[in-house]
Design a protein around this ligand. Structure first.
Ligand code: AMP
Ligand code: GLY
Length: 425
């Protein structure tokens, strides 16, 4: 089976390596890919936004299956366009990807089908949003409706902050994504990310993870795409997993079917687990980055077989087998991230880092220059390790980070602190 993987980050590096382990695979291509992915796939210089070019490539190279990594092509309907050309793909249709593409859509689905989530209002005009804010007060959360690369959410502790966020959204800070605003109740509790595969009818728990969104140690500083993660999330016990499946995931599967847009792909549920039990913060409709890097370290099952089963409606006969181990990843970013960064500095010590026991290194934002690897983005590398505990995985990952020689980079030094504190307790 010949597979084309769409994307170019650390998530796609992990997906590529997991797909490459499948006995069913006969050829792996990645568009546009990166130097880490090039270790196991042929890179193709295609723009994923150009669906016609992607289809032409699939036809020319007889690609059997396309795996879509990022959200932008999903929300733009790449899976529908591939299907119309007779090409199977992993990921939701354009209408099903609204679960990620429109926060208001998801909130309405939750309200209509009784899925636990924060109370909310949807507003298409600034005056109405501000008036609502005066009624509900702070703390409160203000969200741009559409895709904003993780930057469209303000958790406002004061009414002034919330007002500023509303004004920002409507003045175009997030472009078209902010033309509508969702204002929602502030939820208290512990966050976890939970992933479930779905073939439109059947959903199967995949794994859980805990991300670290803030740039600085102790969860300080601005939000990022994620500075590190570990799996499993200790709060997602077998009992909590079953509650989330029963109260959130399966009702969503039924809702999407009833709405005429059955969901095929992976649910990435952002959860808040508090005194009321699990509540949905948001859905993403793709694998998480860097959560995927740690979940796939633990996956024993054949990833390609699972993703095909989602696309072909055969998930009921499948099982997700995970190693009874923890995995942790440290994101190494270019200094300045999440602000402006310099590109082009050389990264040394990669071979030494990868030679450490239980360690893999995914490329997230690199570029090859002959045999040299150069930084080419904000989040540049993911240093990932397995261990019997989060603590052991963390010690291995940081030992490998320290084997890198890249003075222009930095990382958080406390990834996994909550889980490690729990393990020590
Ligand atoms: P999102 O992009 O929706 O995942 O939001 C980004 C982050 O904002 C989440 O990971 C939470 O930490 C926080 N957040 C979002 N919605 C809420 C809420 N209703 N209550 C508290 N925190 C929230
Ligand atoms: N790590 C968060 C995300 O993938 O959206």
């Amino acid at each position: 089976m010949k597979v084309l993987l769409i994307g170019s980050g650390g998530r796609e590096d992990a997906l590529a390596h997991a797909l490459a382990r499948s006995p069913r695979l006969t050829g792996l291509f990645a568009a546009p890919g990166n130097p880490g992915i090039a270790r196991v796939a042929s890179l193709v210089a295609l723009d994923p936004a150009d669906h016609a070019a992607v289809i032409a490539f699939c036809e020319a190279r007889a690609i059997d299956f396309v795996v879509v990594g990022p959200e932008v092509p999903l929300v733009a309907g790449i899976v529908d366009d591939l299907a119309a050309a007779g090409i199977a793909a992993f990921g939701p249709s354009r209408l099903a990807a609204r679960l990620e593409g429109s926060k208001g859509f998801t909130k309405d689905i939750c309200a209509r089908y009784g899925i636990p989530t924060a109370a909310y209002g949807r507003f298409a005009d600034e005056a109405a949003a501000l008036a609502h804010l005066e009624r509900v007060g702070a703390p409160i959360v203000v969200k741009a409706d559409g895709l904003a690369a993780g930057k469209g959410v303000t958790v406002a502790m004061t009414i002034e902050e919330a007002r500023a966020a509303i004004v920002d959204c409507f003045s175009g800070a997030f472009g078209a994504a902010g033309a509508e605003v969702v204002i929602e109740e502030f939820l208290d509790g512990e966050e976890a990310s939970f992933f479930a595969l779905c073939d439109g009818t059947t959903a199967l728990p995949f794994a859980s993870a805990q991300d670290h969104k803030r740039v600085g140690d102790g969860d300080t500083g601005p939000n990022t795409g994620g500075m590190g993660a570990y799996s499993p999330a200790p709060i997602m016990t077998a009992e909590m997993t079953e509650r989330v499946m029963a109260e959130i995931i399966r009702p969503t599967v039924a809702a999407m079917k009833a709405e005429g847009c059955p969901f095929k792909g992976v649910f990435f549920a952002g959860l808040m687990i508090g005194s009321k039990g699990p509540q949905l913060i948001e859905y993403n409709t793709r694998f998480g980055d860097p959560e995927t890097q740690v979940m796939l370290e633990r996956l024993e099952s054949d990833l390609l077989e699972l993703l095909l089963a989602c696309a072909e409606g055969r998930l009921a006969g499948e099982a997700v087998r995970l190693r009874d181990e923890a995995a942790l990843t440290v994101v190494v970013a270019a200094k300045g991230y999440p602000g402006a960064v310099e590109k082009g500095s050389e990264i040394r010590g990669l071979a030494a880092a990868e030679a450490m026991p239980g360690v893999t290194v995914q490329h997230a934002g690199t570029k090859a220059d002959g045999a040299r690897i150069l930084a080419n983005g904000g989040r540049v590398l993911n240093v990932t390790a397995r261990g019997r505990s989060v603590g052991e995985a963390r010690a291995r990952a940081y030992a490998a980070v320290d084997a890198l020689d890249w003075p222009e980079g930095f990382c958080r030094r406390d990834i996994g602190w909550r889980a490690v504190a729990r393990e020590r307790a």
